[in-house]
Ligand binder design. Sequence first.
Ligand SMILES: [Zn+2]
Length: 418
Amino acid sequence: MVLIRWVLGRQDIRLLQRRRSLLLTLAAIVFAVLLFCEFFIYHIVIFQCSWPELKTTAHGAQEPLLKAMFLADTHLLGERRGHWLDKLRREWQMERAFQTALWWLQPEVIFILGDIFDEGKWSSSQAWADDVQRFQKMFRHPSHMQLKVVAGNHDIGFHYQMSEYRVKRFEKVFSPERLFSWKGVNFVMVNSVALEGDGCDICSQAEAELVEISHKLNCSREQVQGSDQCGDGQWLPWSAPVLLQHYPLYRISDANCSGDDAAPPEERSIPFEERYDVLSREASQKLLWWLQPRLVLSGHTHSACEVLHAGGVPEISIPSFSWRNRNNPSFIMGSLTSRDYALSKCYLPFEDTVLTTYCGAAGFVLVLVLAHFECLASPFLFGWNLLRMPTPTTRFFLDLRELPSKPWQWAEQETTAA
Ligand SMILES: [Zn+2]
């Protein structure tokens, strides 16, 4: 009786040890997969991005170089739209991507080209404060890096929703600055929602600001600096500006756009609506004429595109930075001097890769648990048993193994049989 109890006790201990070992293995797998999908994958992917090299610096020209990062359409969800889990997941992804990019790439200035929030166009003051607080946590940055933002239609509303209160509320957090100059590079940050052209108060003010900036830029040209119109003010360093805005300049559609992150083929030829999808023709011409930019960067479409406007001015549409809008978000890295620039795109981890890793890990964990409880599905057991069954060839060799190896043993066997 004592012996039986001792044997049963030993079996229980062995069972407990096996269970504990299984639990530890499962915990280790879950921890490793979470660490990979939620942390290391951003490092592995972003580490491979590098700043584009300028032709002029390659030839030894000594001009200060500015490293700028451009992203768009983060669309932080508000209190009305989207599931809380969706909100949590997207914000975690964007925070990790942004913080990892700052860690590896060390940009000097970061520009976000509008639609930072999804519900700024209708959020209450309490919801707005909450959204801003989350944005500031997600997009925190060291003091030596500057973060600049332009307004989008989801931040202050489309033109018909835009109000003095919403514009002021936005500018109180993100500064109303329109002209930013650093290391000889001039950036003009346009409130493109206010370029409706209908003469409303906000639109008139926005146009007046642009005319003033145009005047400053003209005065900074060497040949104009002596003119009476410019007076003795502080000149900007002469350099054609980089135009930053939310709405793209007018284009018929995305039909000529290509690349991995262009709009899906079935959507590319849908004509764009002026003042809704893109700026009006008139506003686009005004911007090109007044500011004579060397490069235009915009957001809003959530997809990538490269367009060449009249006068050879290139425009790059920056895709959305949120995995809610894309499987493959990205941002643009720019190396700029006063005379030259080079851009490259840094892709973030694919959503599909993360989901496939989670599904693969879940499948593996399931097989481990089933194997532990010896209740693997019958096809596995059938396959295993089949492998263990002797085939005709193996049976032949097994039979040979049974045969006596020496001739006299044959004789002995026959005698015994007789
Ligand atoms: Zn937009």
